[in-house]
Every structure is written in structure tokens, then in C-alpha cells.
Write a protein that binds this ligand. Structure first.
Ligand code: 13P
Ligand code: SF4
Length: 370
């Protein structure tokens, strides 16, 4: 990460301002910066941030789109791993800014590179890695650049929730086992699509020796799943599915594969945020949906399609609190500093890590696109 720079304007100045003044300031700074800046808004961002975004999308899409613009500055309204990916996939002359450094991802934080290296060493010591069978590490996009680089170095790959199935298909053909980080649910739900029995998908707890498994279970496993999860998607329970079906006859349940196995098994359809959006967009007027993903996205779909009945699957608020750290105030702060020539909160991945992360991302691209 690059060294901290001193902001010309302190963030505190913005906290007392009215919403409209903040919005005007963001737009004025954008006008001044012109095509030198692009503002990215992830699907889970709140409305008062999304209104300023030049591009909306999922994490991978946004990084690719930003790299194709002329912009020198990429202001990423998303979370830390997304900004890192934008830096890895971006051009050398582009700088990535995360308006609030507190915008992390609790799932990505559940795996750090030291724990992953330690796990790999333990698997090597017992002959699971480097023995008779072949093992490939696969990481979800929601992980640090260092873990992506680890996969790049060890014949592995990065996946998104849109292409996990396709990548599992190739890797299952060519390797005996996979070690999947950091989302156990996406890993299990994808493994189940290929008929891998639950007892062949063991969980690796980084706080226990051998991840809490016996040597035999690790040798026998087809998939080793890191013990990580999304606290937002984890709030959807299988009884929510039963309840909404009882309350709203004819409703279809559509969930993100970061939800638990039980929820995904009970749902009608599951897929990435882009898949969820497309499914609702293409559904007929009058159709009824209970959606299991982040509330800001679900609310926006409900506003966009008043002719469809759209519910959040759970009655309580499933909001990504870390995404919410990006506020109009922090965006205004980042943009006005930028307009004055000060790059605050730059996310810059160290070159060697970036190069290896790009190897794993490059494999993903060549195996899934074109
Ligand atoms: P996308 O890769 O679909 O943007 O999802 C990111 C995410 O954090 C989902 O919880
Ligand atoms: Fe991370 Fe979950 Fe938030 Fe996505 S919704 S950024 S996985 S905490």
C-alpha cells in the first residue's frame, strides 16, 4: 500500500454538511476533473452514493470497465478487495482510491496470507499437497491480492460467483482436489452442483491444527473449504424460504450462492448479483420474487420494477455495513482532494504481488471468456 498522504481538506469538514451541499460538491469536483476521473459504484452501495457513479456493476465488471476508460483516477465506491483488484487489473498510469479505508469485507478478512501459507505447509507435510494427488488452490474474488497471488504461484485461479461453476468444471477434470478460499458456502454450493457429497467437502478452520481435520479426512476430501462466510448473506435462513412461500403464494426464491447450502438448496434459483439482476429484468410483469442478497440492491430492483412484486427474503435488514462506510461525505472528501491534486486513500498493490495476482486472474479470463 502506498504511503499515507496528508489530505488538503480534512474529512471532519464534510461531516456537518447537508446532503445537497455534499452532492453538489461531488459533482463540482467531477466537473473539474472531467475525464481524468471515473467513479465506480458497486451494486450494494447506497442510493445516495450510487447517484454519483459513472459505472455500476459487480466487482470484477467494474475493474475491467474502469481499466478501459481514459481515466487516470478510479474512485471505487465498494470495498477494499475490489479496489485492490481494480489496481491489479488497471493500467500503470491509473491510481485507485477507496473513499473510506474502513470499507473492508468481513469475508475477505477471514483469510490472510500467513494463514493460507501455513495451511498449505501443513497439507504438504502430510502429503496431501505434493504427494500422489494433485491439489489446486482457488480463491473467490473476495480475497486479498496476496491470496490471489498465492493462487497465481500454485497453478490456481481466481473465480467470481458468475464463473465459479465453469472453473470448477475445468479444475475438477484436471486436479484431484481443490482448496477453496475464503467462502465455504460458495465453495460448497458449487461443489454440490457437481455431485460432490457433503462428506467429501471438509472445512479448514485456520485456528486449528490441520484445520480441525484428521489426516485421513484431508486425504479423502475432494474439496477443502476455508472456514469463511459472508455475514450479510449468512443472515438468510432456510425457514425464511418456507415462510415467504407460505405468505406469498406463487413467489420464486432467488438467492446469491454466498447463502448457506440449506438456503440455496431450498431456493428456486441461485446466482451472482449480475445473474439476480438479469433474472428479475427478464421476468414477466406481475412476477413475484423473494431475493436473498444485499438490501440496497433488492430495494433498487423493487423501485425499478414497480410492476413486479419484489421482497427481501429475510424480514431483518441484510445490509453490508462495510459497504455502507462509503458515504457521500467520504466521496466528496476524496473527490475534492483529488481536484486539488491530492490523492487520498490510494490502494496500490505491491508489484510482485500484483504480477502474480494477475497470473491467477489471467487464468480465470482465459478459461471463462472468449
Ligand atoms: P460481486 O462479485 O457479485 O460483485 O459480489 C461481491 C460481493 O461482495 C458479494 O457479496
Ligand atoms: Fe463482503 Fe458480504 Fe459485504 Fe460482499 S456483502 S462485501 S461478501 S461482507
Amino acid at each position: 500500500m502506498s504511503e499515507a498522504v496528508t489530505a488538503r481538506r480534512p474529512i471532519e469538514t464534510y461531516l456537518a454538511m447537508h446532503d445537497e451541499e455534499i452532492a453538489e460538491r461531488v459533482e463540482a469536483a467531477r466537473e473539474e476533473l472531467g475525464s481524468r476521473v471515473v467513479i465506480l459504484g458497486h451494486h450494494y452501495q447506497r442510493d445516495d452514493v450510487i447517484r454519483h457513479a459513472d459505472l455500476n456493476g459487480d466487482s470484477y465488471q467494474l475493474s475491467v470497465l474502469a481499466s478501459r476508460t481514459d481515466a487516470q483516477y478510479i474512485v471505487f465506491c465498494g470495498v477494499h478487495f475490489m479496489a485492490e483488484s481494480a489496481d491489479v487489473l488497471g493500467r500503470e498510469d491509473q491510481q485507485v482510491i477507496l473513499p473510506d479505508m474502513g470499507a473492508g469485507c468481513s469475508m475477505a478478512d477471514m483469510a490472510n496470507i500467513d494463514q493460507v501459507e501455513e495451511a498449505w505447509d501443513q497439507l504438504t507435510d502430510i502429503g496431501v499437497v505434493g504427494g500422489k494427488s494433485t491439489v489446486a488452490p482457488i480463491t473467490y474474488m473476495n480475497s486479498t491480492a496476496a491470496i490471489k497471488a498465492f493462487c497465481g504461484r500454485n497453478e490456481g485461479v481466481v473465480c467470481t460467483s458468475s464463473n465459479a461453476t465453469k472453473l470448477f468444471e475445468s479444475y475438477l477434470k484436471n486436479y484431484d482436489k481443490m482448496f477453496f478460499f475464503p467462502d465455504q458456502h460458495l465453495g460448497r454450493n458449487t461443489g454440490a452442483k457437481f455431485g460432490i457429497p457433503l462428506d467429501k467437502m471438509v472445512v479448514w478452520d485456520p485456528h486449528q491444527d490441520l484445520g480441525g481435520n484428521t489426516e485421513e479426512a484431508l486425504h479423502d476430501a475432494k474439496l477443502i473449504l476455508w472456514r469463511g462466510h459472508c455475514s450479510v448473506h449468512g443472515r438468510f435462513k432456510d425457514w425464511h424460504v418456507d415462510k415467504i412461500r407460505e405468505d406469498v403464494p406463487g413467489i420464486k426464491v432467488l438467492v446469491h450462492p454466498e447463502c448457506t447450502y440449506e438456503v440455496v438448496q431450498k431456493s428456486d434459483l441461485n446466482g451472482s448479483t449480475s445473474y439476480i439482476i438479469k433474472t428479475v429484468e427478464e421476468s414477466p410483469s406481475g412476477s413475484k420474487w423473494a431475493i436473498g442478497t444485499e438490501v440496497n440492491l433488492v430495494n433498487r430492483l423493487a423501485t425499478r420494477f414497480p410492476d413486479k412484486e419484489i421482497h427481501l427474503l429475510a424480514p431483518d435488514l441484510c445490509m453490508c455495513a462495510t459497504m455502507y462506510r462509503i458515504s457521500p461525505q467520504s466521496l466528496a472528501w476524496a473527490m475534492e482532494n483529488l481536484a486539488e491534486g491530492v490523492v487520498v486513500n490510494e490502494i496500490s498493490v505491491e508489484p510482485e504481488t500484483s504480477e502474480l495476482a494477475n497470473v491467477a486472474l489471467g487464468r480465470m479470463i482465459s478459461m471463462t471468456e472468449g
